[in-house]
Design a protein around this ligand. Structure first.
Ligand code: FES
Length: 502
């Protein structure tokens, strides 16, 4: 089963790139053909280096194809967190590089005359006006926090403004605007910037060892290696699996919805996001941890809200995104880990992939070229912010342990015969615990429930009809095919219906 296509994917064709055919050597190998990988390759080539990009699927088919494509330095309420855990200097670094990232996009678009619907607009965090007593209590605290954020970002020199009115279809308690931010069509931009870059598609990197990458189609030897593949699959060094989890969120593209020009994100419990895209309005919903969506209903609840605000609204497209979340909310950009001097990483962008991709490309290019980047320190993958990292680190460990043990807990009475059309279940089959999905047409797909990454038990995702790993976020369709890393292989599917679409 294919994942749902975003409006960006529906409106962009990429020329097919070759599959790696034999062993090659290159100066810099970049793993991942999304925005971060392609931008890093571009900036490195502009600095006189030669690069090869290795992409497991097609260029831009991962998170870059599923983003809402907001280019902004406003990343939820990150600045008060930074001030608290890392101090003013690092908060300034974060603000500066993200503002620079916006300008750098503009420079590239202007230089190469890229037609990618680049539009300057404000970005805004808002709190919807409370209706119930319980909401009023919560919104008071949130308003205080958002006001604090306003004072901090003003101090940091960001283009911020506090308002009580917005263009949203409901009243707000308060709104923190950043001016001169932007939105664009990410795949039109990516296609143009990738044109001159040597990319091998359908070439999955399976192992990394010193200066060698082993792919499913050959070996790549490189002086330097950049991991820009969303979630680094290498377990040691780096131990990124202990320091990140993944979250999913959903978007509907609406026609006949309101006339909204800016990009909005609610920091209240519902956390809705709004941003225009041509004649459409993108309405997004609050995320949840991958592997924690047994009942689904996100698209329906987004449509319910849309119809409440705009009774004539019609859904033109819908899709989901998956984001890597770090312990302290700051991406990991820089040297990969101990003992791998020539490895670099860019990951953990949270929900801010487009701006963070550019920031990562600028920082990594400087580091690889031996130039100082005065904003790099805050992103160092080797940092430890005790105040904000230790508790989530321990929670991640406990969470993974619980899901590892689950795999060994016996099945509770579910049988194949009891699983109805369009439903899933967990059964005992051939002496092992298996996941089952019976399609609406009655075909049965039985898959292994053991995640090939590190063995956690997969959980059913009703919204996307997939088996998702709660530990680190690998995902598989109901036929067992790999949808999201860090796992690198599919899961075994053991009925005659398996792979019948191929
Ligand atoms: Fe790590 Fe599944 S993604 S165990």
């Amino acid at each position: 089963m294919m994942e749902k296509e975003s409006i960006w994917q529906q409106t962009t064709e990429f020329p097919v790139r070759p599959v790696l055919q034999n062993d090659i050597r290159t100066e810099i190998a970049i793993v991942g053909g999304g925005m971060a990988g392609i931008l890093t390759a571009h900036l490195l080539e502009q600095s006189g280096h030669s690069c090869v990009v290795l992409e497991a699927d097609r260029i831009g088919n991962g998170q870059t194809g599923h983003t809402t494509a907001k280019v902004t330095s406003q990343h939820h309420m990150i600045y008060q967190k930074l001030m608290k855990c890392a101090g003013r200097e690092k908060a300034e670094q974060y603000a500066r590089i993200n503002q620079e990232a916006i300008r750098r996009y503009e420079i590239l678009i202007e230089k190469y005359q890229i037609d990618c619907e680049w539009t300057e607009c404000p970005s805004c965090l808002y709190i919807k006006q409370a209706e119930t007593e319980k909401e009023k209590m919560q919104s008071k605290a949130l308003t205080r926090a958002l006001r604090d954020e306003y004072h901090i970002v003003k101090e940091l020199g960001l283009p911020a403004e506090w308002k009580k009115e917005t263009e949203l279809p409901f009243p707000v308690e308060g709104a923190l605007y950043f001016s001169d931010q932007a939105r664009f069509h990410p795949l039109k931009f990516l296609r143009a910037i990738a044109e001159e870059i040597q990319v091998y598609e359908k070439t999955r990197v399976l192992r990394a060892d010193s200066h060698v990458l082993l792919t499913d189609h050959g070996r790549v030897e490189a002086e330097k290696i950049v991991f820009a593949c969303h979630y680094p699959f290498v377990i040691r060094p780096g131990y990124y699996f202990l320091r990140m989890h993944q979250e999913r969120s959903h978007v509907v593209a609406l026609e006949h919805a309101g006339n909204i020009g800016g990009m909005y994100l609610g920091i209240d419990a519902e956390g809705l996001s709004f941003r225009p895209a041509g004649d459409l309005l993108l309405l997004g919903g609050k995320g949840y941890r991958t592997g924690e969506n047994p009942c689904g209903g996100q698209y329906a609840s987004l449509m319910h809200r849309a119809e409440q605000y705009w009774p004539d609204a019609k859904k033109k497209a819908s899709w989901s995104a998956q984001d890597c979340m770090t312990l302290d909310g700051i991406p990991y950009i820089g040297k990969f880990g101990r003992g791998t001097e020539d490895w670099f990483v860019a990951t953990g962008f949270g929900k801010w992939g487009m701006t963070s991709s550019m920031a990562a490309a600028m920082i990594l290019t400087d580091q690889i070229c031996g130039r100082e980047n005065t904003c790099a320190e805050v992103f160092s993958p080797q940092r430890l912010h005790v105040m904000t990292s230790v508790k989530p680190f321990l929670q991640e460990g406990v969470y993974a342990a619980v899901n590892l043990v689950k795999e060994r807990i016996p099945v509770s009475g579910e049988t194949l015969a009891k699983i109805k059309s369009g439903k899933s279940g967990i059964i005992e089959y051939d002496g092992e615990k298996k996941g089952v999905y019976r399609t609406e047409e009655g075909q049965v797909f039985i898959v292994s429930l053991k995640c090939p990454h590190m063995g956690c038990q997969l959980a059913w995702n009703e919204e996307d009809k997939s088996w998702d790993c709660p530990c680190h976020g690998s995902r598989f369709d109901y036929q067992g095919r790999l949808l999201n890393e860090p796992a690198q292989t599919e899961i075994a599917c053991c009925t005659s219906a398996c792979r019948q679409e191929e």
